[in-house]
Ligand binder design. Structure first.
Ligand code: UDX
Ligand code: ADP
Length: 479
């Protein structure tokens, strides 16, 4: 099958950048990204490409090159479905907030709506590609809906999970470690659909990196990849607490173990805890699936990754409170960074939300500075938790657009996102304008601790020893 028109349902952090790169690399294919959110589509169509709704380095240039030529953003979902031979489903699949599986299972409401819409509108055969992260066997549900409510149209369902990480999406899309395509490898139609999708990626990805599996392996691989990555972060974070009490330095430990080629050096940065739209959601999903099959030990094993992550966020907040003489009530605490990682304006599951919620419960006065996150987003993240009234969130938290202003007269600064710009600040100036002792809690081990100490700060990193006394000066350990 020759693909001339692609439709992508969902213009979010995955759909937008992925389709922009496909359009750039396949000028002969028309790519239309559709969304029910009119504001989001209007933002994607903003004449100023710097104002598109997803902040992602390198993305504005790609959008500028393709938009209006073969890349289109529209709210006309029906028309784009009708015209396409291949449809990517890239809608949100958040954790369920109600009913059976609440707090664990993925909510497939939006996926189902897409499937019903495709079934209603389609007049020609289509290849449907699952791009969103989905629980294993979602493809079976999609197939049932499409086959039972359709108008005789034939569908091939493929799973093509996205492995891009936000902040490096364009690089990840241009040079993926692998492209995974799951499909009905047994049938000729299935194989044709797989080669149609593979043909698109082959425009810029070496064929050796395009992997074909059955649909279930592909769906499960995505959950497994995220679970393994998150597990590394939780593992090093577990070690961070041990480092703090033993006098070891977690950065040194990470370097030492990472040089073992069997372990590798990536994803060993100890932090205030992982965030993002995928890690927690996918692990909860995995746990839920394991539980549904009665695999108690498997479920409990993976759940521990989340438990450790929650603990790390709580521990970070508790450390601030304890260090500030056991009370933060009425004290100004400055939060540098709200995004869940650097180089993105995405805040989903950001550790900052939970750390600040904890501090607000202790009646702290919070001031937040983030270079890319809008203030409405910060308030809506806190309101979503329903820990206190919307008014209380607004009166106890201020969003400030100048970092020096944000740090002025504060008792403590907490670095929660590893934005590069924080490193280059005039820390001497910040110190002069703070209350003393001037505490800095570096949740990303981003700043130069020795430099901060020289200025006069009292800095605390994650997994950094409290004391720097020499080994010889410590009493010998017995046993
Ligand atoms: C992740 C996967 O990496 C990606 O393949 C998948 O497609 C989507 O989920 P993303 O959530 O965008 O990507 O970012 P990632 O770089 O994985 O970081 C996730 C979280 O872990 C962030 O909060 C990050 O700060 C944290 N992290 C990461 C650490 O705390 N330490 C590390 O060493 C690495
Ligand atoms: P991701 O990070 O997976 O891309 P986002 O939440 O950023 O997730 O994006 C998903 C997008 O999908 C949202 O903009 C949402 O409005 C859109 N969406 C959800 N359901 C539908 C639907 N039935 N039709 C069109 N767009 C949808």
């Amino acid at each position: 099958m020759k693909v001339k028109n692609i439709c992508c349902i969902g213009a979010g952090y995955v759909g937008g950048p992925t389709m922009a790169v496909i359009a750039q690399k396949c000028p002969e294919i028309n790519v239309t990204v559709v969304d029910i959110n009119e504001d989001r589509i209007a933002a994607w169509n903003n004449e100023d490409v710097e104002k598109i709704p997803v902040y992602e380095p390198g993305l504005p240039a790609v959008v500028k090159e393709a938009r209006g030529k073969n890349l289109f953003f529209s709210t006309n979902v029906d028309a784009a479905i009708d015209a396409a031979e291949l449809i990517f489903i890239s809608v949100n699949t958040p954790t369920k907030t109600y009913g059976i599986g609440k707090g664990m299972a993925a909510d497939l409401k939006w996926i189902e709506l897409c499937a019903r819409q495709i079934a209603r509108v389609s007049r020609t055969d289509k290849i449907i590609v699952e791009k969103s992260t989905l629980p294993v066997r979602t493809a079976a549900a999609l197939r049932e809906i499409l086959d039972n409510t359709g108008n005789g149209v034939k569908y091939q369902i493929l799973s093509n999970p996205e492995f891009l990480a936000e902040g490096t999406a364009i690089q990840d899309l241009l040079n993926p470690d692998r492209v995974l395509i799951g499909g009905d490898v047994q049938s000729t139609e299935g194989q044709e659909a797989i080669s149609a999708l593979s043909g698109i990626y082959e425009k810029w990805v070496p064929k050796s990196k395009i992997l074909t599996t059955n649909v279930w392996s592909s769906e499960l691989s995505k959950l497994t990849a995220n679970a393994f990555l998150a597990q590394r972060v939780s593992s090093i974070n577990a070690m961070s607490e041990l480092c703090e009490v033993t006098g070891a330095d977690v950065t040194e430990v990470a370097k030492a173990i990472g040089m073992d080629s069997r372990i590798g050096s990536k994803f060993l940065n100890s932090s205030v805890g992982f965030g993002g739209s995928c890690f927690q959601k996918d692990i909860l999903n995995l746990v839920y699936i394991a539980q549904s099959f009665g695999l108690k030990e498997v479920a409990e094993y993976w759940e521990q990754v989340i438990i450790m992550n929650d603990y790390q966020k709580k521990r970070f907040a508790a450390n601030i409170i304890q260090t500030l003489y056991n009370t933060v009530s009425g004290k100004k605490i400055t939060i540098l960074g709200w995004a869940f990682k650097k180089d993105t304006n995405d805040t989903r599951e950001s550790a900052a939300i939970y750390v600040v919620d904890h501090l607000l419960n202790e009646e702290a006065n919070i001031t937040v500075y983030d270079p890319k996150v809008q203030s409405e987003q910060i308030f809506s993240d806190l309101d979503y938790l329903k820990s206190r009234s919307k008014e209380a969130n607004r009166s106890n938290l201020k969003v400030v657009h100048d970092p020096y202003e944000a740090c002025k007269n504060s008792h403590a600064i907490a670095v929660l996102t590893e934005w590069e710009e924080f490193k280059g600040y005039d820390w001497e100036r910040i110190y002069q304008n703070m209350l003393k002792p001037a505490f800095v809690f570096d949740g990303r081990n981003l700043l130069d601790i020795q430099e901060l100490i020289k200025i006069g700060f009292v800095p605390k990193g994650v997994g950094k020893p409290e004391f720097m006394e020499s080994f010889a000066a410590k009493p010998a350990m017995v046993g």
